[in-house]
Design a protein around this ligand. Structure first.
Ligand code: FES
Length: 142
């Protein structure tokens, strides 16, 4: 498992995390290249089915990144996302998938270095956990 490179999906709010990811790129900050960023208008748009579908498709970890609490452009979208992420973490555990494969973070658009740090944190965490059980099942069945 030494050469395991996790596949990570980042569901990023347009106003903060996506802008921070863009800033990290502009600043030429190094962060693991195994993250795929999907821009959403707000993390309030995150539906549990998006996350579960990502895992079903073989993603090893999902991070949801929204505006700072109190800073959501749609008022409470990030607070709703926080609740949903908590529910999905419980669902994952019920399904035998480590809940730490899913995490929510909050950051501002000015935090390019923080975005790079978050990607690094999730990558290291998922490397320790190893491939998702669902990914392993997909690989066996192909
Ligand atoms: Fe960023 Fe809602 S607008 S989390």
């Amino acid at each position: 498992m030494d050469n395991f490179e996790p596949k990570i999906l980042a569901l990023c709010c347009h106003y903060c995390a996506y802008a921070a990811a863009d800033l990290a790129g502009s600043m030429r900050l190094q962060y693991p290249a195994n993250v795929r960023v999907l821009r959403l208008p707000c993390t309030g748009k995150v539906d549990p089915s998006y996350i579960m579908t990502a895992f079903e498709m073989g993603i090893d970890g999902v991070l949801v990144a929204g505006c700072l609490e109190g800073g959501c452009h749609f008022q409470e979208g990030n607070l709703r996302a926080k609740k949903r992420v908590g529910l999905v973490r419980d669902m994952l555990e019920e399904a035998g998938i480590e809940k730490d494969r899913l995490e929510m973070f909050n950051l501002s658009s000015a935090e390019g270095p923080r975005f790079a740090e978050i990607v690094g944190i999730m990558t290291e965490r998922i490397k320790k956990l190893g491939p998702s059980p669902l990914r392993r099942k997909l690989e066996v069945s192909v």
